[in-house]
Ligand binder design. Structure first.
Ligand code: ASP
Length: 347
């Protein structure tokens, strides 16, 4: 795929060679993401971060990634503070904002809405999550993390066994990640969810058609017992029809240190797109796992920076100029960001 000037709307746009290219550039970004060095390659460029749904990680990491390339960021959050609250259409909003910004990241609660933004402008638009549809950059950073955790390259994950757990129906990160993983050879997917929250049929068919084994189960212990990676997700309560009580569903798919030790193979990597839903005192991956080296969730969020930096650099066509303005960073940076981190940052 030609990255330069492209909209990034779906993982369907990516072939293995594109992912390899992106990950090579992401590796080059590590010294900047680690705050060891600085670059000004996007000095003067402006990112428009348009988030019409709640976000912490995606919004801040897109913004920080652009800043770490030397660019500026302008944002709008929620409908209430944008002219959409006055009835402005997506077409008009997109065209207006494109006159101000060099690139847009858009998150919207409706599936397909980000595509509508893209259709109204030639300024590149990146999908930051469209309702239950897709979250392509999350999938790219998930795959980058998975490769780094297992010491593998894209295209080299063949034979791997992965459990996706929780809300596989509304969880857009699972939709994007499984589609991206489908480019690999002969994977086994354990899809662990209640029947009404299982992976959409179209995706199951897609994975099977590409030669992967797909096992659908409600049995959490069995589903996570013989796998290389567990990818847990939050019940996407905000996407449920009103009046449905999801609390029982939340409890059914929680993993804690006791269950992990009892049923998982030693070394099983634990991932989650976050946020963990900690209401009720526990979450999909309980705090008792926080000291485990296998818990990759914060390395995963850290990896959002180099991967999003790489995507910006490729889409704005400056990937080969990044080192031209390279300098050592001079301020204090801790060796580890989190007090319980068991490995070096972005290791
Ligand atoms: N942060 C992810 C998303 O925006 C996952 C989640 O919200 O559960 O899709």
């Amino acid at each position: 795929m030609a990255f330069a000037g492209s909209h990034i709307l779906s993982v369907d746009q990516f072939e293995l060679e594109d992912i390899e290219r992106l990950f090579d550039v992401a590796d080059l970004m590590l010294p900047y993401a680690r705050r060891e060095r600085t670059t000004r390659v996007l000095e003067g460029a402006v990112l428009g971060n348009l988030f019409f749904e709640p976000s912490t990680r995606s919004r801040l990491s897109f913004g920080a990634a652009f800043n770490r390339l030397g660019g500026y960021v302008r944002e709008t959050t929620g409908f209430a503070f944008s002219s959409m609250a006055k009835g402005e259409s997506i077409y008009d909003t997109s065209r207006v904002v494109a006159g101000y910004m060099d690139i847009l990241v858009v998150r919207h609660p409706d599936e397909g809405a980000v595509q509508e933004f893209a259709a109204a402008t030639h300024v590149p638009v990146i999908n930051g999550g469209d309702g239950p549809g897709e979250h392509p950059t999350q999938a790219l950073l998930d795959l980058y993390t998975l490769c780094r955790e297992l010491g593998l390259r894209p295209g080299g994950l063949g034979g791997m066994h992965i459990a996706v757990v929780g809300d596989l129906k509304y969880g857009r990160t699972v939709h994007s990640l499984t589609k991206l993983l489908a480019l690999e050879e002969r994977l086994t997917f354990n899809c662990v969810a209640p029947a009404e929250l299982q992976l959409p049929d179209s995706l199951v068919r897609h994975l099977r058609a590409r030669g992967h084994e797909v096992i659908l189960t409600e049995d959490l212990a069995e589903g996570i017992s013989d796998v290389d990676v567990v990818y847990a997700t939050r019940v996407q309560e905000e996407r449920f029809p009103e009046g449905i009580d999801v609390s029982a569903r939340k409890e059914q798919f929680r993993i804690d240190a006791e269950l992990y030790d009892k049923v998982c193979r030693p070394g099983t990597v634990l991932m989650h797109p976050l946020p963990r839903d900690s209401r009720g005192g526990t979450s999909e991956l309980a705090d008792s796992l926080n000291t485990r080296g296998e818990l990759a969730i914060f390395r995963q969020t850290d990896n959002g920076i180099p991967v999003r930096m790489a995507l910006f650099a490729l889409v704005l066509d400056v990937a080969d100029q990044v080192t031209a303005t390279d300098r050592a960073a001079t301020w204090f940076t801790p060796r580890r960001f989190g007090v319980l981190d068991t490995r070096d940052i972005l290791s």
